[in-house]
Design a protein around this ligand. Structure first.
Ligand code: COA
Length: 344
């Protein structure tokens, strides 16, 4: 099948970058603070460490670093006109209002580029990639910087060991550019997005929005923390990501045998293994990065991509299948052949 295009313009990935805050929290560090063990965390999740931003560091700080590195990887100078838009996927914006992306664009020196946030929790990066690609295909933008950045450590309830062991902070970014060459490696070949709002209560931060307002002295401080129903989320994650991948594979005309690298949302190693099994993609082709960073939500897919590209795992022309799942519920998948791109 032909790549997505209406006017002979395709969106190609030309740069990738990543940034992790320096403070590394090992499983042993967590075991000193709460009732958990390295053995439980490793066997149930595959996670060995995560990075948490120091107090005072916000999502935009991580996003600027990753964005800067992606621009450098694309051999672009961060200056006005370098990109036409900045799309930031995040569930942990600097403030409820305004969006974080305009500040990121300004701090990167990108002038008055369009800039907006996308909120699709752990699927955020794929939603952002899809909207950025659509802008290019429609002819509204020539280059777009797409960033996934999160500081989930700011949402964690110190009394909830389940979420504390899973989530980490970080940022990953890519640059998309218009091209008329449909066969060029990097061209986004197919995308699938989906949602199921009937299950919106499975992953929540209950308070702070218009439903349950943030009032000083509110009776339930826990309502401001991130909460999830881990078991139900686990089952949905596998089913939804597998379904979305199958749709994209059909759209682009690849068999599962032809997938060289499965870059799934880095939530839990058992989820990645179950996804490989369900899809019929050998486990060795699944990119694993969560052992070092945990679940970084919207940053997860671009961080895993940058890590795999940096290690030389992704060869030029390799078939790469991206997929993610998150609160909403939301999910998505996308396919591309890896371009000649390494992180800066
Ligand atoms: N350390 C030690 N024990 C823990 C623990 C921790 N950090 N967290 C939970 N436990 C305990 C539970 O209290 C429970 O004890 P009990 O049997 O005495 O009641 C036991 O471990 C098993 O808990 P359970 O919830 O059944 O574990 P699980 O195998 O389902 O794993 C998750 C829990 C959260 C790791 C798993 O459900 C998961 O990964 N879900 C998906 C989460 C996710 O990816 N969310 C984001 C999606 S975008």
């Amino acid at each position: 099948m032909e790549p997505l295009s209406t006017n002979n313009s395709h969106a190609a990935l030309i740069g990738v970058g990543a940034f992790l805050p320096p403070r590394r929290i090992s499983n042993e560090d967590l075991a000193e603070r709460m009732d958990t063990t390295d053995e439980w965390i490793t066997t149930r999740t595959g996670i060995r460490a995560r990075h948490w931003a120091d107090p005072g560091i916000a999502t935009s700080d991580l996003a600027v670093e990753a964005g800067h590195r992606a621009l450098k990887s694309a051999r672009l100078t961060a200056e006005p006109g370098a990109v036409d838009a900045v799309v930031l996927a995040t569930t942990t914006p600097d403030h409820p209002c305004p969006a974080t992306a305009p500040q990121v664009a300004a701090r990167l020196g990108l002038g008055t580029a369009a800039a907006y946030d996308v909120a699709a929790v752990c699927t955020g990066f794929l939603y952002a990639l899809a909207t950025a690609s659509a802008q290019i295909v429609a002819g509204h933008a020539r280059r777009v910087l797409v960033i996934g950045a999160e500081t989930y450590s700011t949402l964690l309830n110190p009394a909830d060991r389940t979420t504390n062991v899973i989530f980490g902070d970080g940022a990953g970014a890519v640059v998309l550019e218009a091209t008329s060459e449909a066969d060029r490696p990097g061209v986004l070949l197919g995308v699938d997005l989906g949602s199921d709002g009937t299950r919106h209560t499975l992953i929540t931060v209950a308070a702070g929005g218009s439903r349950q307002r943030s009032t000083p002295g509110a009776p339930d401080p826990d309502a401001h923390y991130f909460a999830m129903d881990g078991k139900k989320v686990f089952a949905q994650a596998v089913t939804r990501m597998a379904g979305s991948c199958a749709k994209v594979l059909e759209r682009v005309g690849w068999t599962t045998d032809e997938v060289d690298h499965l870059v799934g949302h880095q939530a839990n190693l058992r989820i990645l293994h179950a996804l490989s099994r369900q899809l019929g993609v050998p486990q060795r082709r699944a990119v694993v990065h969560l052992d070092q960073v945990g679940n970084t939500s919207a940053a997860s897919v671009p961080l895993a991509l940058a890590d795999a590209a940096g290690r030389g795992t992704l060869g030029v022309g390799d078939r790469v299948l991206l997929t993610a799942f998150g609160g909403g519920l939301t999910w998505g998948a996308a396919a591309l052949r890896w371009p000649d791109v390494v992180p800066a």
